[in-house]
Design a binder for this molecule. Structure first.
Ligand SMILES: N[C@@H](CCC(=O)N[C@@H](CS)C(=O)NCC(=O)O)C(=O)O
Length: 152
């Protein structure tokens, strides 16, 4: 089987994927992509036309997006039991919180970092709502269990 290649930069969301890769126990090569350098190169853009990391290449398939990569790896290495069974109701919670992380949580973190103006004129269209909506929702889930992706 082709060895997995992990494209990343140490100061990036790639750290989340590296943690997941270590959980799988899979052997992988790491390709460090430099900001303002080879990350926008003709060699890398066919891997991710966004010119961003992280990305992985596994058995000829490229996967980008942190949450997509983590979900893919959980499915590819089922012996590690990193995701609920496909036919389990827990799979619903797993999807819910994975997509919550990729959607509202990611947006709320960026909005906070860059002081985006979320107010009464746009909040209904903004996927994370007010920052407090996202934070309170996550807090409610984590008050029930330290592992919200496994909540029913
Ligand atoms: N939605 C993407 C975000 C990827 C992203 O923005 N990566 C940043 C580092 S954390 C990047 O590669 N920036 C380099 C650039 O845009 O030049 C994901 O979840 O993987």
């Amino acid at each position: 089987m082709e060895k997995l290649t992990f494209y990343t930069n140490p100061r990036s969301r790639g750290r989340i994927v590296r943690w997941m890769l270590e959980e799988t126990g899979a052997a992988y090569d790491t390709a460090i992509m430099n900001y303002g350098g080879n990350i926008k190169s003709p060699e890398y853009l066919p891997i991710n036309p966004m010119g961003k990391v992280p990305a992985i290449k596994h058995c000829g398939t490229v996967v980008t997006e942190v949450i997509g990569i983590c979900a893919y790896l959980a499915d590819q290495f089922p012996d590690q039991q990193l995701a609920p069974m496909v036919d389990s109701p827990q799979r619903g919670s797993y999807y819910r919180w994975l997509f919550f992380a990729a959607g509202p949580l990611e947006m709320a973190m960026t909005a906070t970092s860059y002081n985006w103006d979320i107010n009464e004129t746009n909040v209904q269209a903004v996927g994370c709502g007010y920052i407090s909506d996202t934070v309170n929702t996550l807090e409610l889930a984590l008050n029930k269990s330290p592992f919200c992706a496994l909540l029913i």
